[in-house]
Ligand binder design. Structure first.
Ligand SMILES: [Zn+2]
Ligand SMILES: [Zn+2]
Length: 310
């Protein structure tokens, strides 16, 4: 099974002219990470190092733009950290800090009745609509912009896929409308917005698996591969979504105790080298990997491992 997911870059070649640009990190961190994001002729958007990086070094961290725990998990509703048994269910946060920073969207969510929406998505095993619901609550609360995820590449949905999303969209919008959240506050919540957000989430959502105390063990492996039961939820990030895939990656993304992601070097990396992560379980056979990547992300993998038949 896929350890985590990200996206294919192919469509960006069609959408943007060929040029190189730099992201400014100065507002995010006092010391910019040693990377730049550029558009390339061959693979579209890609992440490159700006100095040599040693194996196991932390390249940068990333906070989720939006995340949501899986239902039935004793996870913090804000950061997905494990909750201790002593924490009351009425306040599903790991700390006062998480409670405070989530207050806006959590108050919005608590105003509405989610039984119909949750039942509909839960009974069908749908997880991504919960990320859309979270983002909608954040937008209504003023915690996020409605175009937060627009910079990410969308999946291509067929008309059949879009029609299947009609019901969950109606249930989501009705929940807010019946909670008497004013029309002006949910004006952004159109079916087109719902589909556009879901299309970004579909390709860019990571499945969060906390490694916690297992982290030292993971360092000895070529690629982190954690038991599926460790998955606690999904999250979408902006910068980590710009990393391209490689079946023999030089970087990986890990989560220690919560959804705050760490991008780490798997080996020594030269200055100017492209950083790549593996979107799927790298231990799979070549054909299985290529099938998963094509089905899940819409591209044929032409990494050197695949080209050499490994
Ligand atoms: Zn928390
Ligand atoms: Zn490959």
């Amino acid at each position: 099974m896929a350890v985590f997911s990200s996206f294919s870059r192919r469509l960006f070649r069609k959408q943007f002219p060929l040029f190189s640009f730099y992201f400014s990190f100065s507002t995010v961190s006092p010391s910019p990470p040693p990377i730049r994001v550029a558009l390339t002729e061959s693979v579209g958007r890609a992440v490159f190092t700006t100095r040599p990086i040693a194996a196991a070094d932390l390249i940068h961290t990333a906070s989720p733009a939006v995340c949501h725990p899986y239902s039935g998990r004793a996870s913090c509703y804000s950061c997905l950290a494990a909750l201790s048994n002593s924490q009351p269910l009425r306040a599903p946060f790991c700390s006062q800090h998480c409670h405070q920073r989530s207050k806006g969207y959590y108050d919005v969510e608590m105003k509405a009745n989610w039984v119909a929406f949750d039942d509909y998505c839960g009974s069908r095993g749908l997880k991504y609509p919960f990320l859309v619901k979270r983002l909608a609550c954040m937008v209504i609360a003023g915690d996020a912009r409605s175009d937060t995820l627009d910079i990410l590449q969308p999946a291509n949905f067929t008309p059949e896929m879009v029609s299947k999303m009609e019901e969950e969209f109606v249930l989501l919008r009705n929940a807010f409308a019946e909670a008497l959240i004013g029309d002006d506050h949910i004006a952004f919540l159109t079916k087109q917005w719902y589909i556009n957000v879901l299309a970004r989430i579909r390709i860019n959502a990571f499945r969060i698996e906390l490694v916690g105390g297992l982290y030292e063990d993971l360092l000895s492996l070529a690629v982190a591969s954690v038991e599926a039961e460790a998955a606690v939820g999904n999250a979408v990030y902006i910068l980590p979504s710009f990393y391209n895939h490689d079946c023999d990656p030089n970087a990986h993304i890990i989560w220690i105790d919560n959804a705050h992601a760490k991008l780490k070097a798997l080996r020594d990396i030269d200055e100017g080298e492209e950083l790549r992560i593996c979107y799927i379980d790298a231990s799979l056979e070549r054909d299985a990997r290529r099938e998963l990547l094509f089905q899940g992300f819409g591209f044929q993998c032409n990494c050197s491992r695949c080209l050499h038949g490994d």
